[in-house]
Design a protein around this ligand. Sequence first.
Ligand SMILES: C[S@@+](CC[C@H](N)C(=O)[O-])C[C@H]1O[C@@H](n2cnc3c(N)ncnc32)[C@H](O)[C@@H]1O
Length: 226
Amino acid sequence: MNSKSKIAIFLIGCLLICGGTALFLKPNPWEVWFKNKLNKPAREFVVRYLKEIPKPNAPQNNALDLGAGVGHELLLLLKAGYQVTAIDNQKVAFDLMLKRPEFADYTKNIKTVVSDFEKIDFSVLPTFNVVVASFTLAFCRPDHFNEFWGKIVSKIEKGGYFIGNTFDPGFTTFKESDRENMTFHTKEQTLRLFSDFEIITFNEVKTPDAKSGTSDHYYEVFAKKL
Ligand SMILES: C[S@@+](CC[C@H](N)C(=O)[O-])C[C@H]1O[C@@H](n2cnc3c(N)ncnc32)[C@H](O)[C@@H]1O
């Protein structure tokens, strides 16, 4: 091998090592988001709607928090007396959540499941008196959404509650590459998801951001299963 070939091989090796290191060191965007969220309060609409639900009167009352993140809304469910199953595909979210001192008294009341929404084994889950899906449903892939939603509905007890939101296609804060794997619902499409429910409160939220030119546009739903 001549010296030019040796230099070329050396340079290619350097490039591969640098590229691999950069990939390895790239921060998980969700982890950045979770650390920021730790300093924020629970979602106001979840706080408000949860207060309207009669307190559970039996120890076996179950709640599900889909896309629980670092647990702000989950803590509300625990304080209200539910046994909570928390599902999220980011293990780091649960690691951060379980380090929070507020959770120390409740660890026996939480079951964490690390799973993509698309891969949840619903057959092993109990039925739920309350399902919270706050800023999460849209992160299910479009080709899987209907099956996912059908399974959620089937797991809510008759007379049980859903608190959550869907994202309108006009929720433009997301990059095109992210949007491809997300599911958006218009107002009509959102209402149709709740054909098996009495909708107690439906609230459209639209907050344009003049600086970025994007808009947060979503539908908060508080509903009771018929
Ligand atoms: C915008 S955060 C919402 C967190 C919290 N529920 C709230 O209201 O602040 C979305 C959450 O969904 C989780 N998530 C996103 N895509 C997911 C997927 N495909 N499967 C499971 N969890 C997912 C994220 O890790 C994150 O915790």
